[in-house]
Design a protein around this ligand. Structure first.
Ligand SMILES: Cc1cc2nc3c(=O)[nH]c(=O)nc-3n(C[C@H](O)[C@H](O)[C@H](O)COP(=O)(O)OP(=O)(O)OC[C@H]3O[C@@H](n4cnc5c(N)ncnc54)[C@H](O)[C@@H]3O)c2cc1C
Length: 436
């Protein structure tokens, strides 16, 4: 079984950026104070925190991919400061508010890093739309609105006409606008965060960890060309953490599983095509159903669509292209008729999923810790959990992470996991209907 994702396609966001030289892969035998597996939002936040608390330690970060091209560069760029609609619970406002405050602080830290290091990633505090195309979607927005109201969070309720006027699509029956979200070019963000790592952190790209073993002198991690030993290892490799950690089947970090979702970007819209859109010059829209389609109009006037899930990475990059194109064309028929919605870049990306949407956080074995499974919202949450994981490993954690965020329940091993995933996604796709 692969211990890391191997993509058959290129990350569309990364392809828009200038080429960047990768750091050298791990070679030979090394020793470190701590090894962090994964240079995503979780791993880089952990590296920053460790370097801050233990500036004289040697911190090594190993990533299977190059920064920008791997999983953290492949997302849709929503940086949520408050609970996802699926997680929001109007009956548990005090707990949700405490979680939101942590996410908001983390977002503030990320925005400060972007400003301090002048990371050119189009970060903008634009808020987000959530829109429903079906009666079921409207009902789910109603539940989210109840949470926003109970938590006294600002939002606007929007009619179909409001959405059409702002976004240029008459596809939706209604929606909510919440200001508590930033939008970003994710590959540019993760590249900038890697550049901004403190000097005591050494990053090795193209260094997939193939095995993790405990020996007399601590942990040993093997990559294709090297080996590193360290007393402490932090697993920040999301859905692939359990493939290194082992442990009881389907429990703990084994309750996190990799799931892939797919996205595409158009070329920049011409001024004429933009004339067919609404008044907002750029925006992001999240679906009212968990299996629905995410949309963005980017700062450089491209449309993005993200949809579909699979628990195996399809061998062909073409697998979901027709479906994504159809999702975009249904929402913008006038633009489609002009040929302006043609998706020119397609990619898939891995995320770590748990059955109840919570993240695995904490110790796995002596000297081995993991934060994995941020589901669809890991840009901010991963950054939060990466920082907190270091506090946990160094014995200074003051947040009751499991009490606040919960714990993932047991997941059956394969092939039952695969059958369960296929059954549930088929059912949810039927439910989602026009939200797809
Ligand atoms: C198409 C798509 C759209 C999404 N949209 C959003 C969004 O808009 N907002 C949001 O918040 N979230 C979104 N997500 C989810 C988000 O990308 C993740 O939750 C987030 O990236 C998690 O961060 P992470 O650092 O924990 O893990 P990841 O970003 O997955 O990073 C893990 C890193 O570990 C590396 N790795 C894995 N295995 C190994 C190994 N064995 N050895 C070495 N390195 C390894 C990987 O190469 C990767 O760089 C989306 C995901 C996808 C795929």
């Amino acid at each position: 079984m692969d211990t890391y994702p191997r993509y058959p396609d290129l990350c569309g966001w990364n392809a828009l950026l200038p080429p960047r030289p990768a750091t050298a892969p791990l070679q030979g035998t090394e020793q470190a104070s701590v090894v962090i597996v994964g240079a995503g939002y979780t791993g880089l936040a952990a590296a920053r925190r460790w370097a801050q608390l233990r500036p004289d330690d040697q911190v090594m970060v190993l990533d299977a991919a190059t920064v920008g091209e791997g999983s953290p560069g492949r997302n849709s760029g929503f940086m949520l400061e408050i609970a996802l609609a699926d997680d929001a619970d109007a009956q548990a406002v005090a707990r949700m508010n405490a979680m939101n405050a942590l996410c908001r602080d983390t977002m503030g830290e990320l925005a400060a890093l972007v400003a301090e290091h002048e990371i050119p990633c189009d970060l903008a505090h634009q808020g987000t739309y959530r829109a429903a195309a079906t009666a079921r979607g409207l009902a789910s927005l109603g539940a989210y609105e109840a949470f926003l109201k109970a938590a006294q969070l600002p939002y606007e309720r929007l009619s179909a006409q409001d959405l059409a006027a702002r976004l240029g699509t008459a596809y939706y029956q209604g929606g909510l606008y919440s200001p508590d979200c930033y939008l970003v070019q994710p590959a540019a963000l993760i590249r900038g965060l890697a550049e901004a790592l403190p000097p005591s952190v050494q990053l090795f790209e193209n260094s997939p960890v193939l095995s993790l073993r405990k020996g007399a002198g601590g942990w040993s991690l093997r990559t294709p060309e090297g080996e590193v030993r360290a007393p402490t290892v932090l697993l920040a490799n999301n859905g692939y953490a359990a493939r290194l950690a082992g442990g009881p089947l389907g429990q703990g970090v084994g309750a996190v599983t990799p799931v892939f979702t797919f996205a595409g970007l158009t070329a920049p819209l011409t001024p004429e095509a933009r004339g067919l859109l609404g008044s907002d010059p750029s925006w992001g829209l999240l679906p009212a159903h968990r299996l629905g389609t995410t949309l963005r109009l980017t700062a450089d006037h491209r449309l993005l669509a993200r949809s579909f899930y699979d628990d195996r990475l399809p061998p062909s990059p073409q697998a979901f292209q027709a479906g994504l194109q159809d999702a975009l064309d249904r929402r913008f028929p006038a633009l489609a008729a002009e040929g302006a919605t043609q998706i020119t870049q397609h990619w898939g990306g891995a995320t770590g999923i748990t059955y109840n949407g919570t993240t695995f956080f904490g110790g796995v074995e002596d000297g081995l810790y993991a934060a994995a499974g941020c589901n669809g919202g890991g840009v901010v949450k991963g950054s939060l959990f990466g920082r907190l994981l270091v506090d946990e490993a160094l014995g200074s954690l003051t947040v009751d992470v499991k009490g606040l965020f919960g714990e993932p329940p047991w997941l059956p091993p394969n092939p039952f996991r695969h059958w369960g995933f296929s059954f549930l996604t088929r059912r949810w796709r039927r439910e989602a209907g026009a939200e797809l």
